[in-house]
Write a protein that binds this ligand. Structure first.
Ligand code: NAI
Length: 483
């Protein structure tokens, strides 16, 4: 039997990062993966969806913006879905291959197969090649999550697709119903509508992304989705579907009334659940909460000494970068460093058109946290030279600060490259930066980044490129006045 210092189960952005850092710490490390290195993120999630979104955006711009720039295209611009898939797959394979090389280069042993805990010190790995038992002093469980299903809709990746199926379509469907207008539903709706698919989004809640992101940001995205022809129905509940020839007849309910929509494909994106019912995690006695997350402390230790859990299986937010952060942290704890999870913010990005990115609290969260006096500055991309020259002027940067000391509490970006801009905000919040720190930092011109500086100036009452009243100050108990 092989004996290791660290055995990582699952090679997603939590697991592979934990394994590399463990090896860097001088620990004899093995990683086990049942599918492909890189997990959901690299193979069927973050990376392929970004490839599809890039292609969709490109296609949409060629068809819609090129002529205004004087670029004339003779003939019809079409999408070859099979070639698109090939390219998307090459992106994933490059990334997954890169993980393999990094693991090898760091002397991490990789074992492919399905791991099941025999007890708290050993796992058995089964694959088509047989089985193998590995013992380790420490285990890092990073086995992730999977899509939730609802009654009447079983994911078969033919009629009812999860994100995995939607990212592997060999043909662009004519009409799709998307059940669940969350992160995944809206990202996929975006690229499908870019490629010309008629999209109908059914969302159970009153609003899209409610309580997750800034309300003004949601409005910008909804407006653009509608402009692209996407139908969004809120407070609607998908009930069942019937196959009628090549058509899928989906029944849903709005205000108690049954409605029917006929589509080619159904996309089910109503959330994900942790894989804590697998790998015999319950059998060895790991404490699991009522939502299915493995219970962990600030060092990501479980109730069993020597077993750690990170990533989607260890709690919200289910985001790749939170998993990677925990991976490094746990490897360092095992290696003897005094580390604990104490992040002030986990920035989040939704790759819609335009993108929505946030760090820190929304206005509602600030109120709930007891901040009664806020300064809020908002700066539109329409007033930024680089955004105008990119022909991407929808959206804004909003900064919320504590009016008592100007410390930045939240930054919400909706607009071009919001995903790139949010890291500055995350750093500001981690460092306890003030509005002045952002406003007095020289931002290069002409860049989208200037909008962050100008939003901070706006909160201080003196942005240069918008006309505003002097001093934007609002009380959380009254309606916020945003400038
Ligand atoms: P989600 O939780 O973001 O959204 C699910 C949506 O479905 C919610 O709006 C919910 O109200 C709605 N819903 C639930 N049941 C419904 C029903 N029966 N009928 C209609 N609507 C219903 O979940 P999603 O989009 O599946 O994503 C799962 C997780 O994956 C996210 O929470 C996120 O952590 C992660 N993710 C992150 C991405 C990123 O960082 N860019 C991209 C994609 C996913």
């Amino acid at each position: 039997m092989n004996q290791f210092d660290v055995c990582v189960v699952g090679s997603g952005p939590g697991g592979y990062v934990a394994a590399i850092r463990s090896a860097q710490m001088g620990l004899k490390t093995v990683i086990i993966e049942r599918e492909k290195l890189g997990g959901v993120c690299l193979n069927v999630g973050c990376i392929p969806s970004k490839a599809m979104i890039t292609a969709g955006h490109f296609f949409h711009r060629v068809n819609n913006d090129a002529a205004e720039m004087g670029i004339n295209i003779s003939g019809k611009v079409t999408v070859d879905a099979a070639t698109l898939q090939k390219w998307k797959q090459s992106v994933c394979d490059k990334m997954s291959g890169g993980v393999g090389q990094l693991l090898k280069g760091n002397a991490v042993e990789t074992v492919l197969g399905d791991a099941v805990f025999k007890d708290a010190q050993t796992v058995e790995i089964k694959s088509s090649k047989g089985s193998k038992v590995i013992a380790a002093k420490n285990f890092i469980v990073a086995t992730g999550s999977r899509p939730i299903e609802i009654p009447g809709f079983v994911i078969d990746e033919k009629n009812v697709l999860s994100s995995t199926g939607a990212l592997a379509l060999e043909e662009i469907p004519k009409k799709v119903v998307v059940i669940g207008g969350g992160y995944i539903g809206l990202e996929i709706s975006g690229f499908l509508s870019d490629f010309g698919t008629e999209v109908v989004v059914l969302e159970a809640a009153k609003e899209l992304l409610s309580g997750i992101v800034d309300k003004d940001a949601v409005q910008v995205v909804v407006r653009k989705l509608k402009k692209k022809g996407v139908t969004i129905t809120t407070e609607s509940f998908a009930k069942s579907y019937k196959k009628k020839g090549s058509v899928l007849e989906v029944t849903y309910e709005v205000a108690g009334k049954a409605q029917v929509v006929e589509v080619d494909k159904i996309l089910l994106t109503v959330g994900r659940k942790p894989n804590s019912d697998q790998a015999n995690l319950k059998g060895i006695g790991l404490n699991i909460d009522e939502k299915g997350f493995v219970k962990v402390n600030a060092q990501r230790k479980t109730n069993i000494p020597g077993i750690y859990a990170i990533g989607d299986i260890a709690g919200q937010p289910m985001l790749a970068h939170k998993a990677s952060h925990e991976g490094v942290l746990v490897a360092e704890v095992i290696g003897g460093k005094n580390r604990a999870y104490d992040a002030k913010t986990v920035p989040a990005v939704i790759f819609t058109d335009p993108e929505i990115a946030s760090a820190g609290m929304t206005e509602e969260e600030c109120k709930k946290a007891g901040y009664t006096d806020l300064k809020i500055g908002k700066f539109p991309f329409a007033a930024n030279g680089r955004a105008v020259s990119l022909m991407e002027t929808d959206g804004f940067v909003k900064i919320i600060a504590n009016a008592k000391n100007n410390i930045v509490l939240g930054v919400h970006v909706c607009g071009p490259e919001a995903s790139q801009l949010i890291s500055e905000a995350a750093l500001a919040i981690e460092m306890g930066a003030t509005l002045e720190d952002l406003a007095l930092t020289i931002h290069p011109h002409p860049t989208l980044g200037e909008t962050v500086m100008e939003a901070a100036e706006a909160a201080l009452g003196h942005a240069i490129h918008i006309i505003q009243r002097p001093l934007a100050r609002a009380s959380a108990s009254s309606n916020h006045k945003t400038v």
